[in-house]
Design a protein around this ligand. Structure first.
Ligand code: MG
Length: 161
């Protein structure tokens, strides 16, 4: 009981979540190269979380007897200028994902698709948290600036995620 339009939009979102996972995996690799082990761990957790988001949508489509289509995943960058650059992009990206989730909500409302609206409520709340977390890290890294000692300390604390 889910429209073709809604199925296509959710399939596109599965791709967006997997692209996010791929982006954070690349950041994890780059943080490792920069010897920021805590951040490498943090981004790896973020990668795992994005895959969970993708599979939440996969499971939902399957429960609705709808077809899951895995589209190609576009290339992601490999290197960033700094830790701050990585988290600034994370913040921008999470704001973009929030807009995608909200667009899905609008579609589900227009389609009078109550089950999808219910599923999406979880994602709406999740995005508030994602944007807030990224925002806090960006602000902290801006305050740290070029202070290598505090960057080292903060990297260590992010590794505890
Ligand atoms: Mg996500």
């Amino acid at each position: 009981m889910i429209s073709i339009k809604m199925q296509e939009a959710i399939n596109a979102q599965i791709n967006a979540e997997m692209w996010s996972a791929y982006l954070y995996l690349a950041m994890s690799m780059d943080a490792e190269d920069k010897c920021l082990k805590g951040m490498a761990h943090w981004f790896h957790k973020q990668y795992e979380e994005e895959m969970e988001h993708a599979f939440k949508f996969v499971g939902y489509l399957q429960a609705q007897q709808a077809k899951v289509i895995l589209h190609p995943i576009a290339e992601v960058p490999a290197t960033w200028q700094s830790a701050l650059a990585m988290f600034e992009l994370t913040l921008e990206h999470e704001k973009k994902v929030t807009r995608l989730i909200h667009a899905l909500c609008t579609l589900a409302i227009n389609e009078k698709d109550y089950a999808t609206q219910s599923l999406l409520q979880w994602f709406v709340n999740e995005q508030v948290e994602e944007v807030n977390t990224a925002h806090d890290i960006v602000e902290t890294l801006r305050r740290i600036g070029n202070d290598q000692y505090h960057l080292y300390e903060y990297d260590h604390s992010l590794g505890k995620r």
